[in-house]
Design a protein around this ligand. Structure first.
Ligand code: 6R9
Length: 649
């Protein structure tokens, strides 16, 4: 976000109160829930925990020994039991749990009863393949029903899943398998993307070499066109192993509330991605609560979340949130522009989706394509819209409101992170008046603040570090294998206070406006990418001596990656080398990390202590007048870079 955008936000005065009609039907209609939760947060969370089925009641609500929190101590439960089995004992038994739509147009509906059978069979299958409580299972799948089934099967056994987004490269998958120490990988012969096959099995074959992986379970999604070779000693087809698995119920493992449910990798400020660890009880209570509060979920709702399950949004709002709440969730495999640019709207119409949850980058793309694609379809079933992944600019918010919400649906802009587990700052749609571009206020039970670098709260209208001041149930428990990194990253700057790494300010009405990351993390189309990750990918190339990577403002993606590269002696920059380096990054990380542009330079602006001044590079890439250069070792570098950047544009 540029300073100009910030000015525009500060001038934003439009407000949208919930309509009488929406408020009347809302789960929460009066402010008392906020007061109640503020008065007694633990009491509030204990009450929310009643919506979860416990095999053994918890004895106390929270123990806070910073940076470690424990929630629902002594409680025993199973996440898969809560998401599947318990609904089969109610009127929801034959209700659609997952409505899946494949990119080529095929579809599959799993009722809760059908899902229970699949999950149990998969749990038997994994057990037969040697998976036990406490093991890690890496899952590298496209958006097919086997993905949530595999996750829930792990949860049923008490094994942790580590889902790796299908867009990651073989190398990135390998790094994550090694870090997690998984012995089993679940993948597919391939995935569909815009009618083309993504060669997941080939990536997986490359990735598992030199890792502890003993067995690879392969879902057949593509068939012949995928040309996936099977290693008879190591690989098994999912459908074959499922066929020979027992059909009897699989007993849910009673897990301690604090036992780990899953790990999910995310980018930070160093090159090595962090395995964020979530617990069973706290995570489930948190995500289940937000379905009722933020998403105003009713039994009749059809919840369509467009995220990939490879990211936290999909974990929480396709799998654990909606299913623990007994909802019907729509899961779509492919791209929003295949076969045409109206695919999401066709899906909303086909299944009568009532809640749509998507990302600002998608909304900006829809704006660019024009409203005719939305207008082609009957979207009258929609009653609530959500946004997540990055700050939503007011123009995109207004477009979403007008064309998708038809000025009828409230918009919940939800600020949260992989680490927070579920929405932290978001309106309760029957209570809070929204403002385009603001995630509004913390949800009940969550305490946030904005601090300056010395830890003092800042006055309204001033920017600072967004912080969460009290523990909450769905907070991350640690960084996998590196508890010290967990403490340092999140709890060192302000002792005992959680630091998300985002900048924000509060307006006169107490509304929060998130400005973006303050650390070296780039947000490209809602995907978190560390500058250090892309830099270390670049310097691994034989022609590169040094690289500095920044995120610059981008109209659709929010931010795009610009890399400044110093070549080694004997190499000269060329268009071919630019393409080669871009491809090199894709191979090491994945397509979402492909630099938008690569600028060859003889030097980089550094402080006298040798730190690269990314702020200056960002100023150059965004065409701004360069600010303060007094700490710069050699100010001439900036002038040189500016003219070079213009030449190469
Ligand atoms: C859920 C998710 C987290 C980062 C976060 C922030 C940005 C997410 C946002 C938002 C402004 C919102 N972010 N939602 N910024 N408004 N509604 O996206 O998790 O992938 O871990 O990314 O995304 O910068 O710190 P994750």
């Amino acid at each position: 976000m540029t300073p100009n955008d910030l000015d525009a936000l500060l001038r934003e005065t439009r407000t949208f109160a919930p309509s009488e009609e929406f408020r009347r039907q809302a789960n929460y209609k009066d402010e008392s829930i906020y007061e109640e939760a503020a008065r007694d947060p633990e009491g509030y969370w204990a009450k929310q925990a009643e919506h979860i089925t416990w095999f053994h009641e918890f004895e106390s609500v929270c123990r806070w020994d910073p940076p470690h929190a424990q929630w629902f101590i002594g409680g025993k439960l199973n996440a898969a039991y809560n998401c599947v089995d318990r609904h089969t004992l109610t009127h929801r038994k034959n209700k659609a749990a997952i409505i899946w739509e494949g990119e080529p147009g095929d579809s599959r509906v799993l009722t809760y009863d059908m899902l229970r059978r699949e999950v149990d069979k998969a749990a038997h299958m994994l057990t037969q393949l040697g998976v036990k409580k406490g093991d890690r299972v890496t899952i590298y799948l496209p958006m097919v029903p086997e993905l949530p089934i595999a996750m829930l099967a792990c949860a049923k056994i008490g094994a942790m899943h580590s889902v790796v987004f299908g867009g990651f490269s073989a190398q990135a998958l390998k790094d994550r398998i090694l870090d997690a120490g998984s012995k089993l990988l679940i993948t597919a012969d391939g995935g569909w993307r815009r009618g083309k096959v993504i060669p997941l099995k080939q990536n997986a074959d490359e990735a598992v070499v030199g890792t502890p992986i003993e067995k690879v379970v392969v879902v057949q999604r593509i068939g012949e066109a995928a040309q996936a070779a099977m290693d008879p000693a190591r690989d098994v087809w999912w459908h074959e192993a499922m066929q020979s698995a027992p059909t009897k119920p699989f007993p849910a493992e009673p897990m301690d509330a604090e036992d780990y449910l899953f790990l999910l990798y995310t980018s930070g400020t160093t090159g090595k991605p962090k395995g964020i660890v979530h617990s069973t009880g706290g995570y489930l209570v948190g995500v289940n609560t937000s379905m009722r509060t933020v998403f105003d979920l009713k039994d009749e709702d059809v919840f369509f979340c467009t995220a990939d399950i490879g990211w936290i949004t999909g974990h929480t709002y396709i799998v654990y949130g909606p299913l623990s709440a007994g909802a019907t969730v729509v899961m779509y495999e492919g791209s929003p522009d295949y076969p045409d640019r109206d695919r999401y709207w066709a899906i909303v119409e086909k299944y009568g989706a009532t809640i749509l949850y998507t990302a600002p980058t998608s909304i900006r793309m829809f704006m660019k394509w024009g409203p005719q694609y939305v207008e082609k379809h009957d979207l009258s079933t929609l009653r609530l819209l959500g946004s997540v992944g990055e700050p939503i600019n007011p123009e995109a918010w207004m477009w979403y409101h007008k064309y998708v919400g038809q000025e009828r649906c409230p918009i919940v802009d939800t600020w949260w992170q992989t680490e927070t587990g579920c929405a932290m700052i978001a309106p309760l749609p029957g209570i809070i008046t929204t403002k385009p571009g603001s995630a509004t206020k913390p949800v009940p039970g969550i305490s946030v603040d904005i601090l300056d670098d010395d830890g003092n709260p800042v006055p309204p209208g001033h920017g600072g570090n967004l912080v969460i001041t009290k523990p909450w149930p769905s907070m991350l428990r640690t960084v996998w294998g590196d508890d010290e990194r967990f403490r340092k990253t999140y709890f060192e700057k302000f002792e005992g206070i959680y630091l998300p790494g985002d900048g924000a300010y509060r307006d006169q009405d107490g509304y929060y406006w998130i400005v973006g990351r303050l650390d070296d993390v780039i947000n490209v189309s809602g995907h978190r990418i560390g500058t250090a990750e892309v830099e270390s990918a670049l310097v691994a190339h034989p022609a590169v001596a040094e690289a500095a990577v920044i995120g610059r403002a981008h109209e659709v993606k929010g931010q795009a990656i610009t890399a400044f590269v110093i070549l080694k002696e004997g190499h000269t920059g060329s268009d071919d080398l630019v393409s080669e380096l871009k491809q090199f990054v894709v191979e090491q990380i994945g397509a979402m990390a492909r630099p938008e542009e690569i600028i060859f330079t003889a030097d980089l602006p550094k402080t006298r202590s040798g730190k690269i001044m990314r702020r200056l590079l960002r100023d150059i890439a965004e065409g701004r007048v360069v600010g303060d250069t007094t700490t710069l070792a050699d100010p001439a570098v900036v002038e040189q870079l500016k003219s070079q950047y213009k030449d190469q544009e």
